[in-house]
Design a protein around this ligand. Structure first.
Ligand code: DP6
Length: 360
């Protein structure tokens, strides 16, 4: 598919006003997207587990204006007007306008809320941008009712990517691949696709307990971080490694080899942070407690042979990943040994999920 195919023909229907609502989850990358070209075209493929509990709910109300003027919208978070969210959404509207030409014809009210605390250090851009893209697609579907579900999802992912790269992996579940590569047939830089190959039962209901090690504002935004991969001395090796890791992951997902799975995802997480530590300017997003947690996970794994591993995003929080069958002992370990390294002892229990849902 090319970008051109997402530019609609003249719409068949007229819609004057209404409301649509979607809830869309966050996702956790196993192979990381870090480095991009213009408009979130990724430098390397990534693959993620869609999450279940961490999600954004967005209600989009729209009414047709008398005359076509500039974008006209208001944003609310938890019922409170958020003028500081306007610029990001305006940029998003500008980027997607060519694909959603109705955007200047309506006045919009965007009401959004997250299941996770806003200041938790959990990025809301993936769930938030995908929820908004899905609401806009629901309006477009009313304007063009013959649209197929497959196209709806593909375009929702495509639009989400234009809002925030990782958001394109939040539309469906339970494992999503984004970025053109040889391992996954049908993969694309433009949108996420469902991982199409065999996945062992070991990964069913896979758990992700998110340890809120540091809830502060990110010191370095993802966009700035991605840009530091331009001219990074290790960038080309890193991009090549992501392709190799995806190819290595395929037999691991099929066989359910959890030891190899853990080795691969932990190396990915540490490589992401190694890229940050070796960019110019360099920065460190891990906190002392991040390292405390990692060392305790390694010691516990060695002592028990249980299959607990971790991954990190661009922050200090730790995602503890483990199979559902081992959840009882590992959750006990998290409560007794790891929670003390979290701010106010806070962590969020999540698991692999199946994608966004339309609400009535
Ligand atoms: C470390 O999707 O937040 O979480 O495209 O600039 O919005 P933008 O960046 P974003 O980057 C996420 C990076 C990551 C890894 C990942 O999710 O793959």
């Amino acid at each position: 598919m090319t970008e051109q195919q997402f530019i609609p023909q003249a719409y068949a229907n007229h819609v004057s006003s209404g409301t649509v609502s979607w809830e869309s989850p966050s996702n956790i990358a196993l192979i990381k997207y870090w480095g991009k070209k213009k408009d979130q075209i990724p430098e390397n493929p990534s693959i993620s587990f869609t999450l279940n509990a961490c999600k954004t709910t967005t209600v989009l109300s729209y009414s047709k204006k008398e005359t076509i003027s500039d974008f006209d919208f208001e944003v609310y978070l938890d019922g409170e007007r958020k003028p500081d969210f306007q610029p990001k959404i305006k940029t998003f509207f500008e980027r997607v306008f060519v694909y959603l030409p109705f955007l200047k014809q309506y006045k919009f009210k965007i009401e959004t809320s997250n299941t996770f605390p806003h200041s938790s250090g959990i990025a809301s851009s993936a769930s938030g941008m995908s929820a908004l893209a899905l609401c806009l697609m629901s309006l477009e579907q009313q304007l063009q009712p013959e649209m197929t579900t497959a196209f709806f999802n593909k375009k929702a992912s495509f639009l989400s990517r234009l809002g925030s790269g990782s958001a394109c992996r939040s539309i469906e579940g339970d494992i999503i691949v984004w970025g053109d590569n040889e391992t996954v047939k049908g993969s694309s830089d433009l949108f996420g696709v469902k991982y199409p190959y065999a996945v062992h039962d070991n990964f069913k209901g896979y758990q992700d307990t998110i340890l809120l090690v540091d809830k502060g504002e990110k010191q370095v935004s993802s966009t700035v971080g991605h840009n530091l991969m331009h001219g990074h001395p290790f960038a080309q090796q890193r991009f090549a490694q992501a392709h190799e890791n995806l190819s290595d992951l395929k037999p691991i997902l099929e066989s359910g080899d959890l030891d190899s799975f853990i080795a691969l995802i932990e190396r990915e997480a540490l490589t992401l942070h190694a890229m940050m530590m070796t960019s110019m300017p360099y920065f460190i997003l891990m906190k002392p407690n991040t390292l405390e947690v990692i060392n305790k996970i390694w010691a516990f794994r060695k002592a028990t042979s249980l299959h607990v591993g971790f991954t990190l995003d661009a922050g200090a929080n730790v995602h503890v990943l483990y199979p559902k069958t081992e959840a009882k002992s590992i959750l006990e370990f998290i409560k007794t040994e790891l929670a003390i390294h979290c701010q106010n002892g806070q962590f969020i229990c999540d698991e692999i999920g199946f994608g966004a849902k339309q609400l009535q």
